[in-house]
Design a binder for this molecule. Structure first.
Ligand code: FPP
Ligand code: MG
Length: 339
């Protein structure tokens, strides 16, 4: 999948940018510059050195910039892009960065994207405060460049993230999580921000209100596919590509679709108390057993169904051929990625 413009995954971004057109590529560059300015915390009164260092290292750790990309493809006309799109794209990415900083505190995560987390290098207060700062910046950015409807859209998505996180904690290590409840959690903790990215692009940009609902639905469906694939990669990804060991979710108590499906397929796995998985070697061994049940293929199928639903919503949206082609490539990339 795509990385930051000019970042490590630029190769994978190329076909999407070629389909989306030069305006989207240029807007991504502008968003990257604006994010770097915000992370540098230049307008924050001293002492802000630590805040700037942690924000900048979080930004530099990369990420696919998938959410800004969605804002731009959904919103940008072929020339003369609408005012406010860069601010909205930055705002969505800032909420995403803030949520990951906080998530790493809650998970006590040592690594993200293969690099040490702010939590592990600077501690929980620093990581939490950096997340708070980026979260505050997101709304400042949106307030300066878009209207109250846009602020409400991002606020609702942020609330959904919080609800998803709490639901994940409530369901930790539970053997009773159903596929439906899992999907509800994914809709809250992941798809909500994809939905908001597409909705903000449609709201602030060119397609206008008729396309907005269908584009938001497209965002939700690729968000669900994205999270399912993420959870498959946690069981069977290549650590040198994902930047983390397999089985991390098992150690956190996060009950994902592959685990739910494997438990349904194999009574011996069903009999395992998930709380008994406490060290990485045990988690890795359980990942291999989960893979042997065929649950990963079933989960990938589920992800592909969401990609198909996303493409159906896209066709209903009536967007022009340029956007249609670029968004279809994004949808395919969400399930093709290895990291
Ligand atoms: C990463 O998913 C985490 C999220 C998508 C959401 C985390 C949300 C919060 C901490 C609450 C909301 C915070 C703000 C600032 C709005 P994951 O845990 O499945 O992935 P991982 O394995 O990469 O950690
Ligand atoms: Mg996590």
């Amino acid at each position: 999948m795509p990385g930051a413009a000019g970042g490590p995954a630029t190769e994978e971004l190329r076909p999407i940018l070629a389909a989306a057109g030069p305006v989207v590529a240029s807007l991504l560059g502008s968003a990257e510059e604006r994010l770097a300015q915000i992370a540098a915390a230049e307008r924050v009164p001293a002492p802000a050195d630590a805040l700037a260092a942690h924000s900048s290292s979080t930004l530099a750790a990369g990420g696919k910039r998938l959410r800004p990309l969605l804002v731009f493809i959904c919103g940008a006309a072929e020339d003369d892009p609408a005012q406010g799109l860069v601010g909205a794209a930055c705002a969505v990415e800032l909420v995403h960065m803030a949520a990951l900083l906080h998530d790493d505190v809650l998970d006590r995560a040592a690594l993200r994207r293969g690099l040490p987390t702010v939590y592990s290098t600077a501690g929980r207060q620093a990581a939490t405060a950096t997340g708070d700062y980026l979260f505050a910046c997101a709304f400042a950015e949106l307030a300066e460049t878009a209207g109250p409807d846009a602020v409400r859209t991002l606020s609702d998505a942020s609330t959904a993230l919080v609800r998803g996180e709490l639901m994940q904690r409530a369901d930790a290590w539970s053997g009773d999580v159903t596929p439906g409840r899992y999907l509800e959690r994914c809709a809250l903790k992941t798809a909500s921000l994809f939905t908001a990215a597409c909705a903000l692009g449609a709201m602030l940009g060119d397609p206008g209100p008729p396309a907005a609902g269908a584009l938001a639905e497209f965002g939700r469906e690729i968000g669900l596919a994205f999270q399912i694939l993420d959870d498959v990669l946690d069981i069977a990804g290549q650590p040198d590509q994902t930047g983390k060991r397999v089985g991390t979710d098992l150690l956190d108590g996060t009950v994902t679709l592959p685990v739910i499906l494997a438990r349904a397929r194999d009574p011996e796995i069903r009999a395992i108390d998930l709380r008994s998985i406490t060290d990485p070697a045990q988690a890795e061994a359980l990942c291999a057993r989960i893979a042997a049940t065929g649950a990963l293929e079933e989960a990938r199928e589920a992800a592909l169904e969401h990609v198909a639903a996303a493409k159906a919503a896209l066709r209903r949206s009536g967007v022009d051929d340029r956007r249609l082609a670029a968004l279809e490539l994004v949808a395919d990339g969400v399930v093709r990625r290895q990291a």
